[in-house]
Write a protein that binds this ligand. Sequence first.
Ligand SMILES: C=C1C[C@]23C[C@H]1CC[C@H]2[C@@]12CCC[C@@](C)(C(=O)O1)[C@H]2[C@@H]3C(=O)O
Ligand SMILES: O=C(O)CCC(=O)C(=O)O
Ligand SMILES: [Fe+2]
Length: 331
Amino acid sequence: MTTTTTLAQVYREHPIHLRDIIPLDFNSIRSVPDSHVWPISDDFSSDHQLMVPIIDLKDPNAVKLAGHACKTWGAFQVINHGIHLNLLEETKMKALREPAGATGYGLARISPFFPKYMWHEGFTIMDSPTDHARALWPTDNARFCDVIERYQKQMKVLAEKLTDLILESLAIFREDLNWDVGSPSTALQLNSYPPCPNPNRAMGLAPHTDTSFLTILYQGSISGLQIFKQGAGWISMLPVTGALVVNVGDLLHILTNARFPSVLHRAVLNQEGSHRVSVAYFYGLPIECSVSPLLKLLDSGENPRYRPVTVKEYVDIKSKYFEEPLTSIRI
Ligand SMILES: C=C1C[C@]23C[C@H]1CC[C@H]2[C@@]12CCC[C@@](C)(C(=O)O1)[C@H]2[C@@H]3C(=O)O
Ligand SMILES: O=C(O)CCC(=O)C(=O)O
Ligand SMILES: [Fe+2]
């Protein structure tokens, strides 16, 4: 008998303990307490000459452009993606509700791996939003659930479209893959970065790569996201009205034998003291799916760098080690 595990169950085995959560009233605090001061060496500024590619999904060259962006940047922005801006804005407004203490609300999962707290609060939704929503707003949750469910549905469609685009750029067909072992594992994360009295000393979201195949991020109009580009350093992802950011995640990295490397990124705080919110949709492969470098992609003489891992196994590894999870599955 096969048992189906969900992404939420896998993460439940890696709890972030409540004692790790220190109550800080982001709304009234006037200076950054020591618990939130980060040693900052590169003052969070970024090279403004370089610009992450913006891809028009209606462009006949979109496949080629997406392949190139994944290879050289690990990220791009998409326009003409077919998602209405008002749904994105609606979801963003919902993200502004800060329901302290509830399930789904809390520190970023990566927090225990860093000595200081981040200037950030997150709300994670896996599967249906209804349980969280009912607990938070017993009589007034319908609109929240409706917006979230519509957002999840549309993001899934777009994630699948982007997956096809990326596979096509690699000349890979879905039949080459063993993805029929369940439904994709997905998660939605509402990120909140309250105004910070000293944005140069605190960190929004520490540098990380996403544990996904790809991530679609809506960041609104306030900047903060930076991606790390080898040889160039931290590059700001300029907010483009209506555009969505696409990041290469670890699973795509493994599948392509690092041809499309997962992008290291972070969120810094803005100088204007604006409250920034973002909505991230993590699109992953089925939890029981085994992921390994596609032999079809290897050049002659090129060896697979990673051993096969199931998505579940990889989530376990990353939750335990965080640093260099990809190194720990190197052959
Ligand atoms: C499906 C995911 C992806 C998660 C874990 C789980 C739900 C929450 C996601 C995030 C969101 C914030 C950054 C991150 C690094 C974190 O701490 O929580 C992400 C993490 C990952 O990409 O590993
Ligand atoms: O808020 C952002 O711009 C980045 C969010 C992010 O990286 C994440 O949720 O994984
Ligand atoms: Fe991320």
